[in-house]
Design a protein around this ligand. Structure first.
Ligand SMILES: Nc1ncnc2c1ncn2[C@@H]1O[C@H](COP(=O)(O)OP(=O)(O)OP(=O)(O)O)[C@@H](O)[C@H]1O
Length: 226
């Protein structure tokens, strides 16, 4: 049986603004290695709030979050920063590439930050990722000189540079046209199938979600269907 990579155990969260508003209500689920899972639900149901907790950026919640069976509760900010860099890849709606840097420099950044490999090793890993995503010919171009679809593929390569346990994506196709959305979907599908990469995507794109392995449907801060 595949190992559990991420587990949310009875996660609840309220905002106090100024009255107390419960936003997440007893959310529990597990994600196993190699799974491609989407989280969907109406605007305001709590998807981004949940993803922020799963990313370990928000520590102010009830319940527990496990990443590779390790409880994130009680970890220091430095320990969480290490977990984020070493174990979680991030892909957002907007790619957040550094425009003045070349494509390969952007991809290398999280690898250099982790400090586990020499610069040459990180460069080689970046080249391998770019080649796997078929954008190695862009390696030395400035990031502001490539197309939107190519930028998102570079962002995926950057998310993969440290071989993360899980890639968390927030509307990864939200800013792309249909053709580029399909390319991104196929990349994710390939990564899960061929490399046992685990991917969790928050998306409004029903077609995208319908083709993932599993949908976690949220309504009013709760999971209504898995
Ligand atoms: N910092 C905050 N303070 C108070 N309320 C907040 C805060 N952040 C989010 N909320 C509220 O929490 C609820 C859930 O927001 P969230 O952004 O998680 O929804 P979502 O499902 O991601 O929506 P969308 O699909 O529109 O991005 C909303 O009612 C929102 O107004």
């Amino acid at each position: 049986m595949n190992e559990v990579v991420l587990e949310a155990r009875h996660i609840s969260k309220s905002f106090h603004d100024p009255v107390t508003l419960p936003i997440l209500k007893d959310i529990s689920f597990t994600i196993k290695k190699g799974e491609f899972v989407s989280i969907t639900g109406k605007s305001g149901c709590g998807k981004s709030t949940l993803l922020y907790i799963l990313s370990t950026m928000d520590t102010d919640y009830d319940g527990e979050l496990f990443i590779e069976q390790e409880n994130m509760k009680g970890k220091t900010e430095n320990q969480l920063a290490y977990v984020r860099n070493a174990k979680i890849g991030f892909v957002f709606q907007f790619h957040y590439l550094i425009h003045e840097f070349t494509v390969i420099e952007n991809v290398m950044l999280p690898g250099l930050k982790l400090g586990a490999h020499s610069e040459e090793e990180v460069r080689q890993r970046a080249i391998d990722q770019l080649r796997a995503l078929d954008i190695h010919m862009l390696a030395n171009k400035k990031a502001n000189l490539i197309s939107g679809g190519e930028k998102q593929r570079v962002a995926i390569a950057r998310a993969l540079i440290n071989s993360p346990s899980i890639v968390l994506c927030d509307e990864p196709t939200g800013n792309l046209d249909k053709a580029n959305s399909e390319i991104v979907f196929k990349i994710f599908k390939h990564l899960t199938r061929e490399r046992q990469q685990t991917i969790l995507v928050v998306t409004h794109d029903q077609e995208f979600a319908a083709n993932t392995h599993r949908i976690i449907e949220m309504e009013d801060g709760k999971i209504v269907q898995k």
